[in-house]
Structures are given as C-alpha cells and as structure tokens.
Design a protein around this ligand. Sequence first.
Ligand SMILES: Cc1cc2nc3c(=O)[nH]c(=O)nc-3n(C[C@H](O)[C@H](O)[C@H](O)COP(=O)(O)OP(=O)(O)OC[C@H]3O[C@@H](n4cnc5c(N)ncnc54)[C@H](O)[C@@H]3O)c2cc1C
Length: 356
Amino acid sequence: MYLAAKTIDYLIVGQGLAGTLIGYRLERAGHHVDYVDAPEQRAASSVAAGIINPITGRRFVKSWRIDELLPAARSLYGELEALLGVQLWYELPLIRTLFNRGDENDWLARGGDPAYAGYLIDDPALGRIPELTQPAYAYAGVGHSARVDVAALVSAFRVRQRDAGRFHAVALAYPDVVPEGASVRVTLGGDPRRYDRVVFCEGWLARHNPWFGYLPHGGTKGEVLIVRTAAPALDRLFKHRIFLVPQGRNTYWVGATNANRFDDDSPTPTNRQYLEDRLREVLTVPYEILEHQSAVRPTVRDRRPLLGRHPKHPALSIFNGLGTKGASLAPLTSRWLVDHLEDGTALPPEVDLARF
Ligand SMILES: Cc1cc2nc3c(=O)[nH]c(=O)nc-3n(C[C@H](O)[C@H](O)[C@H](O)COP(=O)(O)OP(=O)(O)OC[C@H]3O[C@@H](n4cnc5c(N)ncnc54)[C@H](O)[C@@H]3O)c2cc1C
C-alpha cells in the first residue's frame, strides 16, 4: 500500500486493461483519478480471452518474468474481484496438442530444465477433451495457467467510475490537451479542467499521440469467434492450432488470428472462414457461431511494454505496449509505473520508454 504525501489529480486517457489497472493503483494510493474513453472504439481488452499461458511458442519457452508476474496478477485481480464483486480470475488447466514427435521431443527436453519445474506437465488429465475433440498425437499440460475475464473487469470498473462521476465517454482530441509546466490543461466536453498528470493508455491508437507517437507502436489485429455447443463445454483451456477457451454456459472463445498488416480493425469474412476451418478440424460436436469480433493488440517491436514519463513534459506519461499478454503483464508493470510516478523508483530498463 502506498501513502500519498499529496493528492494528485490524474486523468487517464483510455480505460482498457492498462487504464483500469493504473487508475486503480493510483486511486488506491490516495489520488483523484478521472477517466476518458471513447466507447465506440474497438478495445483489445473487450475482445481478449485473458489467457495466462506461462509457456508459449513452438519451442515452449517460459514467458518473460513470469515467476514475478503471476503472484502480482493473482493478488491484484483478487483485490479487484473483492472491490467490484465480479469473478475475474479462473484457475483453469491448459492442455496443448503436441502434433508430432518433434514437438514431443522439444517438450521433453524442456522438462529437464529446473527453471521450468511446475510449468510443464507431461501426463495431464484431459477432462472432456477426448469426448469433444479430434484425437491428437499427444497432449501436454501447462502449469500455473489461468484465465482473466478482462472484459468483465473493464466494464465493472467503468460502471463504478461512471457512478462516481469520474468517467467521461468521449474520444479525447489531442489539441484539447495542453501541457503547461508542471500541470496539464484539458478540455473535456467543452469544459476546461486542470490535471497534475495525464497517463495515456490508448492501446494501439497511441501511434497518433503527438507526444508518444514517436515510440515504435505496432499493432497486431486479432479476430475471434464466440461459439456455443449443445454438448457440455470443455473444462480446461485447450490449445490446438487455435485456442478453445470455455466461457460458461457451453460457450467458447475461439481464436485468434494474428495480422501485422490490416486495413482497419473490423472483422473480415476471410478470417471468419479461417477460424471456422480450424474449429472444424478440432471440435467433433456441432456448434453455432454467436459472434465474430476483432480488435488490435498494442504491440512493440521488442515485445516489451512501454512505460514512463515524457522526456520533455513530465506531467505526461504512457502505459502501453501490453501486446499479446496484457492479462499477465499489466498487474506488475502497472505497479512499476506507479512506483516510478510516486517516488521516482527507476523503471526496469526493458520497459522504460527511454530505451527508444
Ligand atoms: C483477439 C485478441 C485476443 C487477445 N487475447 C489475449 C489473451 O488471451 N491473453 C492476454 O493476456 N492478452 C490477450 N490479448 C491482448 C490484450 O487484449 C491486450 O494486451 C490488452 O487488452 C491491452 O489493453 P490496453 O488497455 O493497452 O488497450 P485497449 O484495450 O485497446 O484499450 C485502449 C482504450 O483506449 C481508448 N482510447 C484510445 N484513444 C482514445 C482517445 N483519444 N480518447 C479516449 N479514449 C481513447 C480506446 O477506446 C480503448 O478503450 C488479446 C488481444 C486481442 C485483440
């Protein structure tokens, strides 16, 4: 728990996962926090499955700093569950398909590394997988996996802020933000206000930000299907060529695609077809498609978040670049940024925007 020496007035621009967690931590430190978000935009946080998968890629590599990220995530989402009265954290085993002997050998080779103890499960319990999906060459289990209901978090937190009169549902125009020495003048809905600090959390749209647009913001578009089956759903996360993520009431999140080049952030017929084809390869029970969604993940060239104060305008900060792993990265990295803003604690160089 931080003790604010002085209450600081903050404005958070963008209330997706990044804006929610940084805002919550600042409020908890005793500061006044307002939020602005353009609800008509597609936010990555409202489309994400929120999978926490500590072992990723074809080579089964442990995610960056996962040993530190996991306890921070469990603790912060647990606090927010209590505050908001919504379940956010689901401990769910993760099973992944091994497609051939090469996969199996790579997996077994990793298992010999003591740093991976507890993360690799060679003979996992499969639950309903054999009942509902095509047989596979072999299966492996990933320990310490979970799912965070990111969309539920963002929406419950928004309701709370709206009820408190701290949420503004508008797209902030950058000319309405004017840094003036130690503070910032902001015009919100025609109403001029003054904030001590502004934290930008605009996701992939940060590329248009006049102060932080120079950073190497990328964007990876992802499309997903929400499907329902008549049969009882899987009781674990399942990674075949795509992920099947049970969401309750026989529905699944199915995805996702990855595209570094895209014309806009809308769903496309081609990717819907791609996802349907992958689903047909794996699921053996009939299903109906309820929704087809898309959004852009805020990625960075070196795959690390972007945190810090603007070099010339210290009243402006950024919390961005959560990429494909926001659910696990955001809890700890938001703490780093708050410590940095509160008492000047140095940011780890891997996430400090000063690296660019
Ligand atoms: C298909 C898909 C699947 C994913 N699956 C997972 C997963 O399983 N696990 C995982 O950990 N991560 C996953 N992610 C990644 C995760 O969603 C992101 O890391 C995270 O949600 C990013 O949060 P954010 O707050 O930075 O961005 P966003 O959620 O995009 O939020 C940015 C917000 O800023 C607002 N905004 C932007 N500009 C302005 C402005 N000028 N004025 C007002 N508001 C503005 C937008 O409206 C938006 O609400 C997935 C992403 C996608 C797209």
